[in-house]
Design a protein around this ligand. Sequence first.
Ligand code: NI
Length: 256
Amino acid sequence: MNETFLIDTHSHVDMIEGKTIDDIIANAFTCGVQKIIVPCAYPKDVDKIFELVNKYENLYGLLGVHPSEVKDWDDNLIDKIKEYSKSNKIVGIGEIGLDYYWDKSFIDLQKDVFIKQIKLANELNLPISIHDREAHKDTFDILKEYNKNSKIIMHCFSGSVEFARECLKEGWYLAIGGVVTFKNAVKMKDVAIDVPLDRLLLETDAPYLTPVPYRGKENEPAYVKFVAEEIAKLRGISYEEVALKTSENAQLIFNF
Ligand code: NI
């Protein structure tokens, strides 16, 4: 394909309330977004995500359990995820990691389940979409110790330029979303300028974190174009270059 297109590498399309999946995909297409990766957060949603991405050509799935939901973790999920991962519509494990923002009362359990899922991703040789909220150090240390062969995507990257460089040194990728368009998001804009283009991915994290000019409304994959536009503007390069490079990266990492 010669024309430039975008890939939304992290979008909870199943959680968008105001639109149907058909409309979400059609809007995305109109805005040049051709592929959408749908992460899994809840154990109960593993089947749902698998069915959803198999139903729509432009959707791909990640399977895993979000750190805030690990109380519902069940070791039987490992076999289920292994089975579902035989499908080429499942392109990674996620979103997994640590979240010390919502609840710090079960950190040990968060770590246990995170490590189990890293090992699972390694065994399947699938990339991992990492959720790290106010847990930079522990997330980094666990990944460094346990990850052997999976490509790492720091989803909704929220650290400093210094932390970004630490992650890049490990060979990891940074996914940037709508926050970069917020006027006061100075740290995020610095990261978006500093990260090498071959380590950058775009995402929306829809329905959350809607970029300007729709901040405050429900987010959807089409809006990833505002993220691309902002990053192009910040770096002083063309929109096409951002689109081309980030889509190339996504295709390389997720192997579709
Ligand atoms: Ni997410």
